[in-house]
Design a binder for this molecule. Structure first.
Ligand code: 13P
Length: 251
């Protein structure tokens, strides 16, 4: 089973700070045994320099979003072909912040996911319930509905090229991570849904206030295949610590 630690920088860093963080990560990753896939996801303006900065280091670069169309009159948008031409290999889709603040629907997310697969990029597909949905005991139902819409009609081969990130919305940026038990229960549930579609080996990452002090427990869960990290990915020593923990846990 693959293990992945991916850093979602969100809308943070300027150019100089981005370059400094990338160079620290490249240094920290040098000479490390393979086994954990490391992905960084800087904002759009820094993707080109990120691809160049990590060349030869084994670190891969993801975008945080994309448009579903190949090109067109969509002011302010970025196409998958543009990302591909830079050497970007992954793209986050369906992050709860895109759903919440930019009104992205499951249907739009599904369309983006298909465009990414068509052009050979790996989607990092985010799903997860809101606080009130968990409190109402509807979290499994919500995540199942999200996955059903996003993954409908994909072949097992297409699914195997996806990465799923379970990010409970109440845990994102709140300092309140899911417990290992909550994460494992949901990840096992997601694994079951993927297995029903012939894709049990799709990596399922945990995201939501994942930090060096709680990662060992979370990454040790049998169905947690690493993390999608927000805040802690902005600091080279914290992000490197998370990679190290993933490596040790999955060794
Ligand atoms: P935090 O790690 O800051 O909670 O963010 C998680 C996240 O949204 C990653 O995509």
């Amino acid at each position: 089973m693959r293990t992945i630690v991916a850093g979602n920088w969100k809308m943070h860093k300027d150019k100089a700070e981005a370059l400094a963080l990338l160079s620290e990560l490249v240094k920290a990753n040098a000479g490390q045994p393979a086994g954990v896939e490391v992905v960084v996801s800087p904002p759009y303006p820094f993707l080109d320099l990120a691809v160049n900065a990590v060349k030869g280091s084994g670190i891969q670069v993801a975008a945080q979003n994309c448009h579903a169309a190949a090109s067109g009159a969509f002011t302010g948008e970025v196409s998958v072909l543009m990302l591909k031409s830079l050497g970007v290999t992954h793209c986050i889709v369906g992050h709860s912040e895109r759903r919440q603040y930019f009104g992205e629907t499951d249907a739009q997310v599904a369309e983006k996911l298909r465009t990414l697969l068509f052009h050979g990029l790996a989607p990092i597909y985010c799903c997860g319930e809101r606080r009130e949905e968990r409190e109402a005991g509807r979290h499994f139902h919500v995540v199942e509905a999200q996955l059903n819409e996003a993954l409908a009609g994909l072949t097992a081969d297409e699914l195997e090229r996806c990465i799923v990130a379970y990010e409970p919305v109440w845990a994102i940026g709140t300092g309140l991570n899911a417990t290992a038990q909550q994460a494992q229960d949901m990840h096992a549930f997601i694994r079951g849904l993927l297995a029903d579609r012939g894709a049990a080996s799709v990596p399922v990452l945990y995201g939501g206030s994942c930090k060096p002090d709680n990662a060992a427990e979370l990454f040790a869960c049998p169905d947690v295949n690493g993390g999608l990290i927000g805040g802690a990915s902005l600091d080279a020593s914290q992000f490197s610590a998370l990679i190290r923990i993933a490596r040790e846990r999955k060794a």
